[in-house]
Every structure is written in C-alpha cells, then in structure tokens.
Ligand binder design. Sequence first.
Ligand code: NDP
Length: 476
Amino acid sequence: MSETHTLTTYDAILDAITTNNGSDGSAEIHNPATGELVGTYQVHDENDLNDAVAAARAAQPDWEAQGDHARCELLNKFADAIEAAAEPLARLLSQEQGKPLNGPNARFEVGACAAWLRATASFESPDYTAVDDDITATVHYRALGVVGAIGPWNWPMMITIWQIAPALRMGNTVVVKPSGYTPLSVSALVAIANTVLPKDVLHIVTGSGGVGAALTTHPGIDKIMFTGSTETGKKIIEASAGNITRLTLELGGNDAAVVLDDVDPQAIAEDLFWGAFINTGQTCAAAKRIYVPDAIYDEVAEALVAIAKKMPMGNGLDENNVLGPLQNKAQFDIVDGLVKAAKDGGARVLVGGDPDYDAPGYFYPVTIVADIDPDNPLVAEEQFGPAVPLIRYSELDQAIAWANSLDVGLGASVWSADAGKAREVAARLQAGTVWINKHGAVDPRVPFGGIKSSGYGVEFGTEGLKGLAYPQAINT
Ligand code: NDP
C-alpha cells in the first residue's frame, strides 16, 4: 500500500465527506434497512455549482496537456486507492444504499469500480490516420471540456465510475452530481479520487432538486452523462437545447427475458433468478418480465420459487444476507402498488407480495407473480424492485411481439439449450444488449446503451471513449 492512500478507514472517509466545504445547511442520510443515521452531507447551492464549474474549467487545459499515458496512470492509481479502502467503502455503501455486503452487492460494486477504472485505462486510443494518394487525415479525439455526471441511487458508485472514468481518460474535467438518496457513497469515491488526481480535475456538488437541473443548463458544461429515469432524461434533453450541450442518456428499462421450451428449468433457474433480482431488483438492466412457454411454465415457476425461498433478505451488514431493502420509501410504494395491481388483475402470487408495513426498513419480500395479463401494469411498467411477473405464452412469435411491444429497449435475454436458435431470437429483440442464458452481465469492453426511450449514446469500451470527445480531423 502506498503512502498516498490516506483515506483507508471508515472514520477517515466519513470525516472527509462530512466537512462543510462552503455552503450553509446539511442534510441527513438514514439507513433504509434500519432508519439509523448514517451521516450528514453538505447541501450545495448554485453558487457552489458555479465555483465548481469555474475551477474545473480552469484546470481542464493542464489536465488535457498531461497526455493520455499520464491520465491512464492516474486512473490506475485511483483504482489502487479504491482497493486500499474497499471494505470501508462497501460498509458505507451498504448502510446508505441498503444493499448487503455479500452476494452481488456492495463488495461486488466496489470491486467493479476498480475493475472499470483499470479497463478504461487499458483501451486503445480511438485516434487514427486515413491515408491515400490524395490526403493524409489525422483524426484525434479531443476533450470536450467540462463534463457533468448525474447519477442514480441504485448502483451509485459503479455508475459514477462508468461516467467519470472515460471522461477523465479523454482529458475532460468533471463535476459529479449524485442522487440525493446516495450522496455519501459518491462523495467518498470522489474524496478518494482526489487523493491521487491533480487539484480541481474532479468536483462534486450534492443536494436534491435544483442543483442537478442547474448543472444541465450551465453554460460552462460541455457534456452531460446522465443515468436515471426516462422522465428526468426528457427534462435534460430540453435543458440541453440552450447551450447545445451533448448528452449520453442511460434511462429506464423494462427488460424482457424470453425462455424457450428446450431449456432445463432447474439448470437455468439460479441465473434467471439473479438476472431478475440482482440488487434486490433495483437494476436498470435486470429481467423485469419473464416470458415462459406453456410446456414448461410450472417447472420454471417452481424452480424460481424454490430459489426465492432460500435467499436471505435483511440488514446489509449481516454477512448472511444477499437481498436488502428498497432504497427509499417512494420505490417501496411503486413496487407495492404494482403488486397490488397484479393481484387486482387476477394474477397468482406464488411467493411474497405480503410486506410487513409496520416493520422497520423498506423491505419488500421477493415476489414472483404467475398467470398475469401481458398488459398488466406489473408487466408494462418498470417496477425497479423485487417483484417479477411470469407471463405464459404458447407461440414464440407472440412472446417476441410482447417483448418488443414497449417503448423501452435497454436489455433483453433469451434462454435456450440451442445456441443457434437463441441467436435467431436475439436478433429479433429490440434492445441495446441481448444476453443469451444470462441477463445483465455488463462488461467494460462491450458497448452498453439503450434504444427507444431507454436513451441514446453508449458507454464502455472504445465506443464509450468516443462519447467523451470530439474527433478533430487534421487534413493535409
Ligand atoms: P431519477 O431520474 O429520479 O434521478 C437520477 C438523477 O437525476 C439524480 O441524481 C437526480 O437528483 C437527478 N435529477 C432529478 N431531476 C433532475 C433534473 N431536472 N435535471 C437534472 N438532474 C435531475 O432516477 P433514479 O435515481 O430514481 O434512478 C432510477 C431510474 O434510473 C430507473 O428508471 C432506472 O431504470 C434508471 N437507471 C438506468 C440505468 C441505465 O444504465 N440505463 C442504470 C441505472 C438506473 P436528485 O436526487 O437531486 O433528484
């Protein structure tokens, strides 16, 4: 461990991020599993935002001038610093977001932050030269300037890294605006980054409501990286008109999983379960509606229910748990309302659907719903929580038509024992990514992004780097 790793304990990290750095007022964050106070954070206003953007603008030319190699080295050092603080970061994330330490949750998310930084530093530069008898054109991807990074509360650390790693690599400076539900986790990440990055390259402004909107209309911002709901995405598109601000929009999804009749239900059940319930269902690219053929409907349902019954849910700091609470009351109410709509529509609840409204925390039990109408709200709307509908089908064409019928297209999956058949079906699904025999497995090397109302622009890989730069052609 190098001596530059100054933020390696929980107390040191919390001290660093709860310091008053300029504006009046602070707000409290409570653990969604227990209601206990996790910490306080500074609520920033437009003056703080203006200061952050001005400082980031002033720092940008020097940052770009450092060159690609130096910036990649610093991304790797940032990854080292995260790894040196991995356990306290995971504990903070677990307490603020609610996700358990164990399973594909808090420790997994912190690990992914370091892995994504290292991968982003390793991609080949997108620069190239086009030569023929008449011209030599050198295309150099130049930094855009200052990037605003606005993120959600479900994977707050990892999604922030997805936004800032390519932005920094391409020579931009960044102002981060985390969700008002998870400012501590993201502030911790930024504080750790700032133990290795030059001064003023990376800033954070925190607070709910106005400050995010102010960032999207700020004339000093050249690009917005946004991950969040489609509704907020539409507002950001409108806000971008004033300054012709570039956008990458990773918006809501309602991913279909299409199961074919040749699978062994027992063999796919665990992967299908986690494809739907990873992060307790609070994942953009999770399987949110599962289409199952008549011939194996009951077997698939039984296999999923058996797994659901043995997955422990509870306080994230308890090592036994792999499922946690909903992050906030608003999301709990959305999930609860959609399950009620399913029951009202005559669907059968196979497991769950009966939260204890008086117990502490926003816990909603893992819920699997069968024999539901294909247009019930639990199917047609994004639940973003642990309640998944199994829709019965008899004709594959019908299942594909239902899968494509919604105005979103982030991910989808096909489950089959026949690789060729699975690819054929995959090619007919309307989504940015189609997984085969898995769901939601993102990879830093593979472009990821949605179509339709799930947004535009892609992240990851060299394609992702291009989104944080403009191609300047020097044509001789
Ligand atoms: P929201 O759209 O509510 O919020 C996202 C961020 O936008 C927050 O930081 C929020 O800040 C900020 N914000 C709110 N209003 C504005 C505004 N007018 N201008 C600028 N910023 C604003 O989304 P959630 O946090 O609820 O996230 C859940 C949604 O995100 C789901 O729909 C999910 O599918 C989607 N998502 C998509 C992913 C993808 O890769 N496509 C990945 C993860 C989630 P504040 O808290 O201050 O309101």
